[in-house]
Design a protein around this ligand. Sequence first.
Ligand code: HEC
Length: 180
Amino acid sequence: MKLQGLVVLALWGLSLAAVAADVNVGADKRQAVHVPSDVRTRFLTDMRGHLQQISDIQAALSNRDFLRAAQIAQQHLGMTAPESAACHMTEGMGMNMDDAGVKAFPRVAGSDDTEGEMAKYMPEGMHDVGMAMHKAADRFATVSKAAAATADYASALRALNQVTEQCLACHAQYRVVEQP
Ligand code: HEC
């Protein structure tokens, strides 16, 4: 009985330590990117779209539809996807661009003003990860198209993983906060 009590106490202590460790992990060290409310809403909408597209790509691969998987990647995640507008617009322009500058910059076909406006607020490092993600998506499309002939799932999944690695890299570093 005494021994059991000690074991229970020891387990309770361990679980408290685990909770304390969790609290530390929860400390948010990501860089806050301050953006207007509508820009944040648009950005997060595109983000939820990206998760949907990754899911759709997995579904297509599971149906052996390598070409469909490649098409989704190119249309929504690649360098010519409208969703890539914010990342393109930052390229070579740096931050703190004024409204006229943003309007004058060539748009990615199909993107809207609010998507492009994100360019004004995205730090250089975030822009770089974004571009790396769009480029990885185009590489995935190329690999997936080639895999259609060979049913080479391993190479398609490896290339898809290189896309999601960039999602993770950006999420680990940045968060978007509404401007006061
Ligand atoms: C260039 C940076 C960057 C890349 C690349 C990126 N994200 Fe995000 N994503 C963010 C940021 C910043 C947030 C907001 C996080 C916060 O404020 O807590 C976010 C939020 C999200 C959300 C939550 C949306 C919501 O409504 O709150 C999802 C889902 C998401 N991203 C999916 C993805 C997926 C899937 C990919 C890759 C295909 C991806 N993201 C690539 C920066 C990025």
